[in-house]
Design a protein around this ligand. Structure first.
Ligand code: AMP
Length: 457
């Protein structure tokens, strides 16, 4: 498959070749003809797959080939991006691919004065790449109208939701004409994104591309079994190795990111954190500190890390195992780029063994296990929390409302995961009687005991 066979205009083909692209990426091969034919598309793909060109090229072609529905200078295509970084990147791609077509593109985002952006809109912009907040602001001031939008793109929908933009997105959508072509891209498809897709798209074509997995083989991957409470010590210890030139540390939750940054700082290691709840400026600052090498450790959630374009990381740490095994491949793909050696280090506590097994199944091999001064000692999974029934509510007359039937406890997790319990039982610590003689609380939950033998001098 080559670009010529996709039915693109000669000017677009020229621009694509000037950009140095020889063959279309999988998402481009499938999406470009669909968008050219006017279909709505639900694309499951992340940054790095070539998805921007997959929608930008056919949008440019469609706008070039058809006259605007209104004669006035109107916005004919709107691309909604969750962050300033992505909006700028997309805008630059439109400029690159659209050279010589006579279509104007503008970009709109917050955190800077609105003057230049308003001027660009006044000059006339066929295509607008915008972050929702500033766009709504300008719409509120009567400076932007979306009545003539023909093609709407919602990019990185999952990230948009993660950053709390769902209401803004819906407000923007309400200002769009109902007759339009809509493309929605998201790296993951949680139920909220599926619901949004159902509301926005009409009879869409689904396109899904898997992340590039070829690099996985080349990355040096290892695993530490470590109790949750000791992960911070192990991380700080490993980061002190001078071989760690630049490290991206993945946490499953936003709170986790903040906690890891705090814990590292306490151990004298400078780290920056990014996640969806941080302001644009805070994310920018964290990123530029990392990029310039001012701090060599960046802690991030999966979603926040996606927009980061930093090449050649020396290390990726999976502080928490990812909930979805595919995320493991996305994560470790951040290291070892451009022919550089990279190392991916995973931490697994007893509650994450299931996720580890899923990852190993996906990559088709077992991760090489390393030993540390913080071996896993807790070998009983944490039982799921059972909520206490709420206290009875008082009715208006002051009587207690009839009590609800008590919740039944959810089924317990398997007590004996396939790995690593037996393996650990043979290790020095288990043999020394720690795990068997560990005192238990009334709930049967093991009391966590921190290995204090070698905690940082
Ligand atoms: P994106 O997923 O749109 O962020 O694109 C990721 C990177 O791939 C960008 O640096 C693009 O310039 C590049 N790219 C996009 N399409 C192609 C292609 N067909 N061949 C080579 N590189 C590409």
């Amino acid at each position: 498959m080559n670009f010529e066979s996709l039915g693109l205009l000669p000017t677009l083909l020229k621009n694509v070749h000037t950009a140095g692209y020889e063959i279309p990426t999988p998402i481009q091969s499938v999406t470009i003809p669909l968008v050219l034919s006017g279909k709505d598309v639900l694309g499951c793909a992340q940054t790095g797959t070539g998805k921007t060109a997959a929608f930008a090229l056919p949008i440019l072609q469609r706008l070039h080939e058809t006259a605007p529905r209104a004669n006035a200078k109107v916005i004919r295509s709107l691309i909604l991006s969750p962050t300033r970084e992505l909006a700028l990147q997309t805008y630059e791609n439109f400029l690159l691919y659209g050279k010589g077509l006579g279509l104007e593109t503008a970009v709109i985002f917050g955190g800077v004065g609105q003057g230049g952006q308003v001027e660009a809109l006044h000059r006339g912009a066929d295509i607008v790449v915008a972050c929702p907040g500033r766009l709504l602001d300008l719409m509120g001031q009567g400076l932007v109208r979306l009545d003539w939008v023909e093609i709407f793109v919602l990019d990185e929908a999952d990230r948009m939701l993660d950053m709390g933009f769902i209401h803004d997105v819906r407000k923007v959508v309400r200002a769009l004409p109902s007759e339009r072509q809509t493309l929605l891209f998201s790296a993951t498809m949680p139920p909220e994104v599926e619901k949004l897709a159902l509301d926005l798209l009409v009879d869409p074509e689904n396109v899904k591309v898997d992340p590039v997995t070829s690099t996985v083989e080349a990355i040096d991957q290892c695993l530490y079994y470590v109790d949750k409470v000791n992960k911070k010590h192990l991380l700080a210890h490993l980061l002190k190795d001078p071989d760690v030139e630049s490290a991206l540390v993945f946490s499953r939750t936003k709170h986790g990111v903040d906690r890891i940054v705090r814990d590292l700082k306490r151990q004298g290691i400078e780290a920056a954190g990014i996640h969806g709840d941080k302001s644009q400026n805070a994310r920018q600052t964290a990123l530029s500190r990392f990029r310039t090498g001012e701090c060599r450790v960046l802690v991030a959630t999966d979603i926040a890390a996606r927009g980061i374009d930093v090449a050649g990381l020396s290390h990726v740490f999976n502080y928490d195992m990812p909930m979805e095994p595919e995320a493991y491949i996305h994560r470790i793909g951040r290291t070892g780029r451009a022919g550089r050696d990279g190392k991916a280090v995973s931490f697994c506590c007893i509650d994450e063994v299931k996720q580890l097994n899923q990852v190993e199944k996906l990559i088709g091999r077992r991760l090489h296990e390393e030993q540390s001064d913080w071996p896993m000692e807790v070998t009983t999974p944490t039982p799921p929390k059972v909520r206490e029934p709420r206290p009875a509510k008082l009715t208006r007359t002051g009587e207690a409302a009839p009590a609800r039937a008590p919740r039944t406890a959810p089924a317990a997790r398997p007590a004996q995961p396939s790995r690593p319990v037996q393996h650990r039982a043979a290790s020095g610590h288990a043999a020394s009687g720690h795990s068997n003689s560990r005192p238990r609380t009334g709930t049967g939950r093991p009391v966590l005991r921190v290995n204090r033998r070698k905690h940082h001098p």
